[in-house]
Design a protein around this ligand. Structure first.
Ligand code: F3S
Length: 390
């Protein structure tokens, strides 16, 4: 790889041990993917924050990096395994709390902002079209690439941290033009409306086309919340870092060599496959974390009602505080539901605590099954609330 003098200096250890280790990680990645050079990044979203996923080995690595590692790019943090301020409200206690706090302290020491959300674009980290960034967290990556038109690969925890500490990422994949073009067009028989329908369409298309980049045809309009839900789903079920919706998303689509049709029946089958039998004892919305308008919708639906099951509303802390000013948080809490800032139903340590989870997010259902061994029921937000108050 062609390195600048500054990059070579970091690799040689002139900027300290953490910068050197970071540059070693990035050069190794660049060699694997045949990158000709590094590219400076304007922002980083660091994933791999929950102690539930990191364990002691991960915490030790972060302690080492925090020795002399300091950010060289604006960097924000993905959700942790608990509400950092009130873990007890969500039933999280013991050793986990201390370990999770130590994880976040190490990130903060390095200069990473403790936003603890997978929607950094709601709390100030919102790249412009064409910006090169290095983001972890698949839904955030899909949003940055597809909705904002920024350029990022799907970074893992170590490579995102390495980008934060060097301000660089290897220029391959989504940083180039060609790999961003669609390989397959998907004509949608029943255009979706609302975040739930976009989420299950993303699930069905992800199932069908896998990791080939796709361009949806036949959807004339989508809100940002709908695109967020679609992106989270297709990034989960297809493993892709970018999607196109022709006429809606801002990137050049290219010239897909194949067109397939996504029938309404196939979407319905995908939904049916994400509905298990066990009675629901946990309802969780906010995957990805909710926008202010989505928090308002939850509050409107819960107004004057009482939940009979554990109900989590996952959200960025900053959005929660703004929602409190508008009275939405008070309405949600008066109904007995819980705000879950800094964390979510997937990265919190919930295995064994619940049997069956309902969510309006097909991504949450995928990981609820995979990580927590929950039975799951994907359903609309309205049905989630109906289920919660039953
Ligand atoms: Fe965000 Fe957790 Fe879902 S990190 S995208 S709410 S799995």
């Amino acid at each position: 790889m062609d390195l600048t003098a500054e990059e070579q200096g970091m690799l040689d250890g002139e900027e300290g041990r953490a910068a050197q280790r970071s540059m070693e990680i990035l050069v190794a990645l660049g060699k694997i993917y045949d990158a000709a050079r590094m590219v400076p990044v304007t922002s980083v979203q660091v994933s791999g924050v929950s102690y539930n996923n990191l364990g002691d080995a991960g915490l030790e690595f972060l302690h080492e990096m925090a020795g002399d590692g300091r950010t060289r790019a604006y960097s924000t943090l993905n959700p942790a395994g608990m509400d950092l301020q009130h873990p007890e409200v969500l039933g999280i206690d013991g050793d986990f709390v201390d370990k999770q706090r130590a994880v976040v302290e190490a990130f903060v020491k390095m200069g990473i902002l403790p936003t603890m959300t997978c929607t950094p674009y709601y709390v100030g980290n919102r790249p412009a079209f064409g910006d090169h960034v290095a983001w972890g967290e698949s839904s955030a990556v899909a949003f940055a690439n597809s909705v904002l038109g920024a350029r990022t690969n799907r970074e893992g925890g170590p490579s995102a941290l390495a980008a934060a500490l060097t301000g660089r990422t290897p220029a391959y994949g989504m940083h180039l033009d060609g790999p961003r073009e669609a390989a397959v067009a998907v004509r949608v028989e029943r255009p979706p409306t609302g975040t739930f329908e976009f989420s299950v369409l993303g699930m069905a298309i992800g199932h069908r086309v896998g990791n080939r980049l796709s361009a949806v045809r036949g959807v004339a309009h989508a809100t940002e919340d709908e695109l967020k839900s679609y992106g989270a789903a297709i990034a989960t079920y297809g493993g892709v870092p970018l999607f196109h919706i022709e006429g809606v998303t801002p990137n050049p689509v290219g010239d897909p060599e194949e067109e397939i049709v996504m029938s309404a029946a196939e979407v319905d089958e995908a939904v049916a496959a994400a509905r298990d039998e066990a009675p629901i004892d946990f309802v969780a919305v906010g995957c990805p974390h909710l926008s202010m308008d989505e928090v308002r919708q939850v509050a409107d639906l819960l107004e004057g009602r009482k939940v009979t099951k554990e109900f989590w509303v996952c959200v960025a802390r900053e959005v929660q505080e703004k929602a409190r000013e508008k009275g939405y948080v008070q309405t949600i809490e008066a109904a007995g539901a819980k705000l879950a800032p800094d964390t979510c139903m997937v990265v919190a340590p919930l295995k064994g605590r619940f049997r069956a989870m309902a969510s309006d997010s097909s991504k949450a259902c995928y990981y609820g099954r995979g990580r927590h061994d929950f039975q799951v029921h994907v359903m609309s937000l309205e049905d989630c609330v109906r289920e919660a108050v039953r």
